[in-house]
Design a protein around this ligand. Structure first.
Ligand code: HEM
Length: 420
């Protein structure tokens, strides 16, 4: 009889979590796309890796076959499914780790809070956070780009969106960033996790407070007062929403903006072009999202035997959809390994594809644009120092930087009405 393992064609020695992958990923994906577009690796209990644009889009769109559903038992720690490989032993994120028909209810409930108009309405607030954060450092002529600027701006914007007190911005921004880059075996990890738990505890406390207060215009108040499918939202569902929104929206936007600023420092002609012509910023933004793909890849769980890209997948298998590989597929993009800040059209799938496509993409775009414009306006001669900066030691989920020393000509503080 044929061993099930014999069916796993195209074996590769691939580990998206490894340190080697951080530098090697463009070449690894190029080779796999050409030779084994749906390949099998034995790492992390075994999983498929999809690298071709068309296969990844097909899988993301076939949500009945490629499930995102996750189960987690907090008592035993048993975990299965979900969108990360290896599976993360924490309660599921919602709506991202739900399947239809539940997903329809969860997503519909959130949609109205994340429409383009709602994101646009936050633009002035984002600008104010960016300017106020720069005020803290602008007279010194130096900062850490990630920890002083591109990290806190999305963190503060998310706090405002949720309705959490802004004076706690540092306790909010740091653990969310540290959680992404601190290895699970590090002695610092328990401290980082305690910081993240503190954030979720603040969400619970604020949610309970909001239940006894009249409705106001923040997300925790919305969760406390707005019924879902004709009943109140449970505390677990509220936490699962917070988990998805907070972890999905903060460090991703940080990574995108940091990469873009580093790229522009290294490419003076593009920097000049973008500063001279601000109308190019939305087009360049999409190219940075494509090229750097802040969420490199996410998982699905195969719910029936199916053939995809020449691979025979079996019910129960897991598959990693490498958005970053799809975004450099030469079948779809000319010169995919080059940054072209005027690339148009740009059909990247860095915000996903199919029903789980990012609900926060409009918010992310607003945050990115405002951070870039504040840098261009107030510290136009900034210089980063990637040689002294630290890259994430794993980019399998988020492709970002731990820190980024940065210098600029000192400038004046400006009035924002907010002292941090
Ligand atoms: C550059 C920044 C961002 C990137 C690259 C990004 C990327 C993604 C991707 C790839 C997905 C698809 C997940 C899947 O298919 O399994 C997704 C979903 C999601 N994102 Fe984002 N995201 C970003 C910013 C944000 C922001 C700012 C928020 C919230 C404020 C957010 C909230 C969500 C949520 C709630 C989902 C789940 C949607 C669903 O399952 O229906 N994201 N994001």
């Amino acid at each position: 009889m044929e061993d099930a393992r014999d069916l796993k064609a195209c074996p590769v020695d691939f580990d998206h979590e490894s340190e080697a992958h951080v530098a090697a990923w463009p070449g690894e994906f190029r080779e796999m796309r050409g030779t084994c577009p749906v390949a099998w690796t034995e790492k992390h209990g075994g999983f498929w890796v999809a690298t071709r644009y068309k296969d990844i889009v097909a899988m993301a769109q076939d949500d009945a076959t490629f499930s995102s559903f996750k189960t987690f038992d907090p008592h035993s720690g048993d975990v299965s499914g979900g969108i990360t490989i290896p599976a993360t032993p924490i309660p599921r994120g919602l709506p991202v780790e739900a399947d239809r028909p539940d997903w329809d209810i969860f997503r519909k409930y959130l949609n109205r809070r994340f429409a383009p108009k709602a994101a646009e309405a936050r633009r002035a607030g984002v600008r104010r956070y960016a300017d106020s954060l720069l005020n803290r450092v602008i007279e010194t002529g130096e900062m850490d780009l990630v920890n002083d600027f591109t990290g806190p701006v999305p963190a503060m914007t998310t706090m405002e969106l949720m309705g959490l007190p802004l004076d706690e911005w540092r306790q909010f921004a740091d653990p969310l960033h540290e959680m992404v880059f601190t290895p699970k075996e590090s002695p610092d990890f328990p401290h980082v996790i305690a910081g993240v738990q503190w954030i979720f505890q603040r969400c619970v406390e604020t949610f309970r407070e909001r239940r006894s207060q009249p409705p106001r215009d923040d997300l925790l108040s919305y969760f406390a007062h707005e019924q879902i499918d004709g009943r109140p939202l449970t505390e677990d569902e509220m936490l699962s929403f917070c988990n998805n929104i907070i972890t999905g929206g903060v460090d991703t936007t940080t990574a995108l903006t940091t990469h873009a600023l580093v790229y522009l420092d290294e490419n003076a002609a593009d920097r000049r072009r973008l500063m001279d012509d601000p109308t190019l910023l939305p087009i360049a933004r999409e190219e940075f999202v494509r090229y750097f793909t802040p969420i490199h890849g996410l998982a699905r769980n195969v719910s029936r035997d199916v053939e995809m890209g020449g691979a025979k997948m079996e019910k129960g298998d897991r598959v990693y959809l490498a958005w970053a590989a799809a975004n450099r597929d030469p079948e779809v993009f000319d010169a995919p390994e080059d940054v072209d800040i005027a690339r148009f059209p740009n059909r990247h799938i860095a915000f996903g594809a199919g029903m789980h496509r990012c609900i926060g993409s409009f918010m992310a775009r607003v945050m990115f644009e405002e951070m870039m414009q504040v840098v261009f306006a107030r510290i136009p001669d900034y210089r980063v120092d990637p040689a002294r900066a630290r890259r994430y030691t794993s980019v399998g989920t988020i492709n970002g930087w731990i820190d980024m020393p940065t210098r600029f000509t000192p400038g004046p503080r400006i009035e924002t009405g907010l002292v941090l």
